[in-house]
Design a protein around this ligand. Structure first.
Ligand SMILES: Cc1cc2nc3c(=O)[nH]c(=O)nc-3n(C[C@H](O)[C@H](O)[C@H](O)COP(=O)(O)OP(=O)(O)OC[C@H]3O[C@@H](n4cnc5c(N)ncnc54)[C@H](O)[C@@H]3O)c2cc1C
Length: 385
């Protein structure tokens, strides 16, 4: 058993750590306050190859692995959580689905610009009446001549509103069935397609730098060739890449929690009460110790899941456990960090207050904590058979 990172993985981690400290963190307050996406930072991340770490060089990637990708996501999220979410949705989910299931032509047209960071992609599964029960989506797609025609509404879609977003990978029902589940297929829908419309931008309690929009398909026409993968397995394809998304959410959670711990240690050393730094009080040190332990456990878990993925081995339990544990850990750590900062921790200018507001969403996106527990519970059911 070897817990050491490979040289190239260490290089990615260290390069990203420096970048997050020098370039991203100084801008994170402004990003959250204004809600303006930092396109210049995104361009620099692309130049450094961060958008395509696990993909082959032939497709514009860095030829790395998923462990390296997730180390990068953790460090970027330490600097700013919404940029971690960019990597999660664009690289771990959208690019991976194009890479795993796309034709060569689809890869050339859509994957390469995303992997090179020239464009970004969005993922469209959730609808007003289909969240946790994602298989009950109502968006429909029908083949008319050489075109698919989509009708329906997707909600809570991350990043589709950004200027450089090119496509949404949308799930739509292609065959309604009475007694068994509907057939769901996956489609590459360009933002420029006729009938594609961006709905409202949601006003959220945190993650202000990450744009979240409604998407409306109103007789939206796309070429027949934009069907992605097996028409009967669109839902399974989505679920497959969401498994990697879970590892990414865990890495984001670890980055955010580590930022809370670092800020809390620094603050506890500086803040004087009762004539001494509050760091000297055991109650504060115990909180810091618990934070450090839970962060390290979550880090080990997401790295194990990413490593199993790199080996091509089953990692359903490991990825689900990483997402569940790390997202709940991040909320607790952020809450403790605010507590250590006292009243200052509740002020928007303090990083820990922004992370506190942002941490909650990690227990909701890409499957709620309850859904993660359902997935793990089902594994026991299967093992009993
Ligand atoms: C900021 C943000 C960004 C997002 N980005 C995207 C995106 O880019 N693409 C996309 O497709 N979606 C996106 N989502 C949607 C997200 O994945 C869903 O919100 C999530 O899956 C939960 O669905 P829901 O909101 O409909 O909640 P619901 O499914 O209505 O759940 C409500 C509550 O009921 C619980 N519940 C539901 N069913 C069960 C059950 N069987 N047993 C126990 N408890 C249950 C849930 O756990 C939850 O606590 C985003 C959401 C947010 C908030």
């Amino acid at each position: 058993m070897d817990f050491d990172l490979k040289e190239e993985q260490k290089m990615i981690r260290d390069m990203t750590r420096d970048f997050a400290r020098d370039v991203i963190r100084p801008r994170s307050e402004e990003i959250d306050r204004t809600g303006h996406y930092p396109y210049d930072i995104m361009d620099k991340m692309a130049e450094l190859g961060m958008m395509g770490i696990p993909f082959p060089e032939d497709y514009g990637g860095s030829g790395g692995d998923w462990v390296g990708m997730h180390l990068c996501i953790e460090e970027i999220s330490w600097g700013d959580m919404t940029l971690g979410a960019l990597l999660d949705v664009t690289t771990s989910i959208v690019a991976q689905e194009l890479y795993a299931f796309g034709t060569e032509e689809q890869k050339t047209t859509w994957l390469v610009p995303i992997v090179k960071g020239k464009q970004i992609g969005a993922f469209g599964l959730t609808e007003p009446n289909a969240g946790s029960d994602a298989a009950s989506i109502q968006t429909r797609a029908a083949l008319e001549g050489n075109e698919w025609v989509l009708n329906g509404t997707k909600q809570f879609i991350t990043n589709i509103g950004l200027d450089n977003a090119s496509i949404i990978l949308a799930a739509a029902v292609t065959e309604r069935r009475a007694k068994v589940k509907n057939v769901i297929s996956a489609f590459i829908v360009p933002k420029t397609a006729p009938g594609f419309r961006l709905g409202k931008r949601y006003d959220k309690i945190g993650w202000h730098g990450s744009a979240t929009h409604e998407v409306i398909f109103d007789d939206c026409r796309i070429p027949k060739e934009n069907l992605l993968g097996d028409p009967k397995r669109g839902f399974a394809q989505h679920l497959e890449v969401l498994q990697t998304g879970r590892i990414s959410i865990a890495a984001i959670a670890v980055g955010m929690a580590q930022a809370c711990l670092d800020e809390s240690v620094r603050y506890a050393r500086e803040r004087i009460q009762f004539g001494q730094p509050i760091f000297n009080f055991q109650a504060v040190q115990f909180k810091l110790a618990d934070m450090a332990v839970s962060i390290e456990l979550a880090r080990n878990q997401y790295l194990k899941a990413a490593w199993l993925k790199d080996q091509g081995r089953n990692h359903t339990f490991e990825a689900t456990a990483a997402k569940l544990y790390a997202s709940e850990m991040a909320e607790k750590v952020a809450s403790d960090a605010v507590q250590i900062h006292g009243g200052y921790g509740y002020m928007s200018e303090y990083l820990v207050s922004r992370i506190y507001k942002g941490a909650k969403v990690l227990q909701i996106v890409e499957g709620t904590s309850e859904v993660q527990r359902m997935i793990i519970g089902r594994l026991f059911q299967h093992s009993l058979k």
